[in-house]
Design a protein around this ligand. Structure first.
Ligand code: B12
Length: 267
């Protein structure tokens, strides 16, 4: 590391100071990170050293130097899982990171109910489920079921919300059909499995089907969620909002009110 970089790294005082960060493991600014990955090779018996050397080679190519294998676990005869600990030189600039900020007020269930009643004069209808072959219902249930998540009650608890939870493995045509039948204001879809980008493909298929089935002003609000979504991708996926890991029911209820009650009333 050059002296110039050292100087930039030091926290600068004053307004607008740009602060670059470096990861650390043992002491501040030492650049140490931990990385895990699997290689499709055996580390059994005589293969152990070559396997570890291969893991170090990959880490070097990724910019870790030095790189130390701290864990190697055979996964059957032909695969090995590694954890590598090492140093990188990359700096992080938080001032240029782009994130999706929450652009709506967080409301209590009482406030949500009052806003829906005032704006819609009827219950707000939410239809939800997991689409495609995805059977991971815990996430959508955390949002919809009365028992909720992280100490917050799910949307079923809200008096002014009517929730239809379709559960696992709902096909897109089934989802559209049910949304039509229930006169859904919002459709909430969960996608947890991301193998071969299934979550992205399924979401695009779903949003296209809703655009085909509804005229623009009648289309329900489309919300997708799951732990490996990128929140910035809503436009690309054709949905109104993407939620990721750690989402709570209160955030979703507040968002629905913001879009379907507050905004609609203002327009
Ligand atoms: C429980 C579990 C299962 C259970 C699911 C039971 C059920 N009824 O849901 C069972 C055993 C059935 C299962 C099966 C499989 N699983 Co599984 N499973 C898990 C596990 C351990 C936990 C998932 C979970 O419940 N998380 C807790 C919830 C609360 O978190 P969440 O889903 O992220 O939801 C939150 C947010 O993301 C968000 N959210 C989620 N959805 C939505 C939707 C909306 C609208 C909104 C607003 C928010 C939102 O809000 C929630 C609360 O904050 C994960 C590993 C892990 N630790 O994550 C693997 C995992 C998801 N499973 C995996 C796999 C591979 C499978 C199988 C393919 C295994 C197999 N070979 O058979 C099958 C697939 C079955 C299928 N057809 O889908 C992989 C997926 C890998 C990938 N890249 O896609 C994981 C990551 C395990 C791993 N490391 O390999 N699984």
């Amino acid at each position: 590391m050059t002296g110039k970089q050292e100087a930039t790294l030091a926290p600068l005082g004053g307004e607008g100071a740009k602060r670059l960060l470096r990861p650390y493991g043992d002491s501040t600014g030492d650049g140490m990170v931990q990385l895990s990955f699997t290689l499709p090779m055996s580390s059994l018996g005589a293969n152990a050293k070559i396997a570890e050397g291969s893991a170090v080679q990959l880490a070097h190519k990724m910019g870790m130097d030095p790189a130390l294998v701290v864990h190697a676990k055979p996964m059957g005869p032909d695969f090995t899982f590694f954890v590598v600990y090492g140093r990188v030189n990359h700096l992080v600039d938080p001032s240029v990171v782009e994130v999706v900020e929450r652009d709506y007020e967080l409301l209590s269930p009482k406030e949500v109910n009052a806003a829906v009643k005032r704006a819609l004069r009827r219950r707000l209808v939410v239809v939800g489920g997991c689409i495609g072959t995805d059977a991971h219902t815990v996430g959508i249930d955390a949002i919809l079921n009365i028992k909720g998540f992280a100490g917050e009650k799910g949307l079923e608890y809200y008096r002014e919300l009517r929730v239809v939870n379709l559960g696992a493995q709902v096909s897109v045509p089934q989802l559209v059909e049910r949304a039509v039948a229930e006169q859904a204001d919002a459709v909430l879809v969960s996608q947890v499995v991301t193998q071969r980008d299934a979550h992205l493909l399924n979401t695009r298929e779903m949003s296209a089907a809703f655009r085909e089935a509804f005229p623009p002003h009648r289309r329900p609000l489309l919300v997708v969620g799951g732990p490996r979504f990128d929140e910035t991708m809503s436009a690309e996926l054709g949905v109104d909002r993407v939620f990721t890991r750690g989402t709570t029911p209160g955030e979703v209820a507040s968002y629905l009110v913001h879009r379907l009650a507050t905004q609609r009333r203002a327009s």
